[in-house]
Design a protein around this ligand. Structure first.
Ligand SMILES: CC(C)c1onc(-c2c(Cl)cccc2Cl)c1COc1ccc(-c2ccc3c(C(=O)O)c[nH]c3c2)cc1
Length: 229
């Protein structure tokens, strides 16, 4: 019972998600052989920077986003960047990249100066996403829903964001019923992942602090989106 306009919305979001991905030459860098903590940190910084650029382009394709108040657009991007990158990197792990990126990505993350205490929640999240076997459309919608979270810090017109997020949630609910008829709880499961994502924001803030304590440098784009330096 997906309506015509919901089909159109799904197509726009799924196309934007598939069109905006990290360039292959950047993703391939994960496979080069330097494995020092320094090299890993630099590579991950490059991946994150490229991923933020991809995220901004994807967000601009979300119907209605560009007609939101400009400050609110920035607040939504800043508030959701880490969560969207956890989602994206989780899908890299679960989709079993053809050229073995997932093991390499995991290895580099484990050896990039992140302290043990953040590894457990991070890789638990990756596992919990992996077991869901989300289809591309679900991944795209879940990312759009994460970006359109009304109660991010400094968002002024929360109602305007709710009006954009609601149709996405409605569409995702219907899609889950269609894609996973044998799992009636599937939609609720996905929303549970969004709650888990929020807790990862706190761990990530700690990660940033400890990297900065060890004098790690970020790119201007990451400094801007994460309010560091
Ligand atoms: C500044 C650095 C050190 C950082 O700080 N926190 C995090 C960080 C971490 Cl360590 C975990 C989760 C979220 C964040 Cl922001 C990171 C690294 O972030 C990323 C972001 C995104 C990818 C990523 C995306 C797509 C693909 C891809 C494909 O699409 O084909 C193939 N390989 C991919 C790799 C990797 C690492």
């Amino acid at each position: 019972e997906i309506t015509k306009e919901q089909q159109a919305l799904m197509k726009v979001i799924a196309d934007a998600y598939n069109r905006h991905q990290i360039p292959q030459d950047v993703a391939k860098k994960l496979l080069q052989d330097q494995y020092s903590a320094e090299e890993n940190f630099l590579l991950l910084t490059e991946m994150a920077t490229s991923q933020v650029q991809v995220l901004v382009e994807f967000t601009k394709n979300i119907p209605g986003f560009l007609s939101l108040n400009h400050e609110d657009q920035i607040a939504l991007l800043k508030g959701s960047a880490v969560e969207a990158m956890f989602l994206r990197s989780a899908q890299v792990f679960s989709k079993k990249m053809p050229n073995g990126h997932n093991e390499v990505l995991e290895d580099r993350i484990r050896r990039s100066g992140i302290s043990e205490e953040f590894m457990t929640p991070m890789f638990n999240f990756y596992k919990s996403i992996g077991v869901l076997h989300m289809v591309q459309e679900e991944q795209a919608l879940l990312t759009a829903i994460t970006i359109l979270t009304p109660d991010r810090p400094y968002v002024k017109d929360q109602q305007a964001v709710e009006r954009l997020q609601e149709p996405m949630l409605d569409l995702l609910r219907k899609l889950c019923v269609l894609q996973h008829p044998q799992k009636p709880q599937y939609f609720a499961c996905l929303l549970g992942r969004l709650t888990e994502l929020r807790t990862l924001n706190y761990y990530h803030a700690e990660m940033l602090t400890s990297w900065r304590m060890n004098d790690h440098k970020f790119t201007p784009l990451l400094c801007e989106i994460w309010d560091v330096e």
